[in-house]
Design a protein around this ligand. Structure first.
Ligand SMILES: [Zn+2]
Ligand SMILES: [Zn+2]
Length: 382
């Protein structure tokens, strides 16, 4: 597609809002969509709420009722993972969350109809939502719903999760389906939420070997992370032979992220997105839905990560410099809100310019060993 991936974004996107002090803030869409537009993307599919019937492909009816109740009365007492803490209630939360799900579902339908090869939904990627409860800022699981939609056409889905947190909800929802391979590359559950995603989680009785987890040590940087991505993704695609690829590009694996401890760079994230694009073309007829995900450095990291994913799907070179107009528009806001200076390039200097010490070196050295353990756990590799 000469024009690049279908960009899923619209007025509903910013209504998914847990309040001014929550880390997953819709304020990321200002600089994020701004930089996407600066590289040539245009919003082409505004998310609209999905109906209950389709939400219930992946969520319990009782849970959807609970979310609706919180949506009407955000003061209701804590239940189903919703309340004070990570995933607080807010007025209209059902409609806002159903719209995120509807955005990824609509994008998948556009891909299945053949209207587009690739789509990118930066507001999507809410991978922690479970069938019966919310968690980790996620209410409805939009990537799992997009996967479920493709499964209804009997297609085989490769789900690739690059967020720093384990993609636990997608793995759980499709745990016993041998037609869905989930692969999550994340910081180990020993150090980070949600505390799962170990190599021995390989799928339910009907689907053993289709769930793959690569839990990395804190401090793992672009060298180790990208080595893992390059070792596991093509090998798994080649053995699984997907018809569709769905990927989650959480920007919280980045070295600057305030909530986690990997040291990945935008350079590596962009290279990973290009590899996912290649995999989609080589094995899945080009059918690729990419989503955003976590990412809490909303000025320096999230916009560049989104732009690099979109550029990968547009098969375009990364521009040499970040457009000056975008920097001019957001520089003061970044300084005021976060005390940071905006980067001048899409790709980072080595190690994002941070010191590279013994901890990072050891983690990078260990990463390919963990990848081999993960492949061995599903019967692949030496
Ligand atoms: Zn995350
Ligand atoms: Zn492509």
């Amino acid at each position: 597609m000469a024009d690049g991936p279908l960009l899923v974004y619209g007025p509903r996107s910013t209504t998914y809002d847990f309040g001014p002090s929550h880390p997953l803030t819709p304020r990321r869409f200002g600089p994020g969509i701004g930089l996407l537009e600066a590289v040539g993307a245009k919003a082409g599919l505004p998310p609209e709420p999905v109906d209950d019937e389709r939400l219930e492909w992946i969520h319990d009816a009782v849970y959807v009722e609970i979310v609706r109740a919180f949506s009407r009365d955000p003061e209701a007492r804590f239940r189903a993972g919703i309340g004070p803490g990570d995933t607080p209630a807010f007025a209209g939360m059902h409609e806002a969350s159903a719209a995120v799900a509807g955005g990824s579902l609509g994008a998948m339908e556009a891909i299945l109809r053949g209207d587009v090869e690739h789509a990118f939904h930066p507001g999507g990627g809410l991978h922690h939502a479970m069938p019966d409860r919310a968690g980790g800022f996620c209410v409805y699981n939009d990537p799992a719903l997009a996967v479920a939609r493709a499964r209804r056409d009997d297609l085989r889905i490769l789900y690739i999760d690059l967020d720093v947190h384990h993609g636990d909800g997608v793995q759980r929802i499709h745990w016993n389906d041998p037609g869905v391979m989930t692969v999550s590359i994340h910081e180990t559950g020993f150090a980070l939420f949600p505390g799962t995603g170990f190599v021995d989680e390989v799928g339910g009785p009907a689907a053993r070997g289709t769930k793959v987890n690569v839990p990395l040590d804190p401090g793992t940087g672009e060298i180790g992370w990208l080595a893992v991505v390059r070792e596991v993704l093509p090998a798994l695609a080649d053995s699984f032979r997907p018809d569709v690829v769905v990927s989650q590009h959480g920007a919280d694996s980045h070295a600057f992220d305030p909530l986690a401890h990997l040291r990945v760079t935008t350079t590596a994230m962009g290279a990973a997105a290009r590899l996912v694009d290649e995999i989609a073309h080589r094995w899945a007829g080009g059918r690729w839905l990419a989503t955003g995900g976590g990412g809490y450095d909303i000025f320096r990291v999230v916009p560049r990560t989104w732009a690099l994913v979109w550029l990968a799907g547009a098969h375009r070179e990364v521009p040499a410099a970040i457009p000056g107009a975008w920097r001019g528009q957001w520089a003061a806001g970044a300084e005021r809100a976060a005390g940071v200076e905006l980067p001048k390039t899409f790709e980072d200097p080595p190690n994002a310019g941070l010191p590279y010490g013994a901890r990072e070196e050891a983690a990078d050295r260990r990463a390919p060993e963990i990848a081999r353990e993960a492949l061995a756990a599903v019967g692949l590799g030496a």
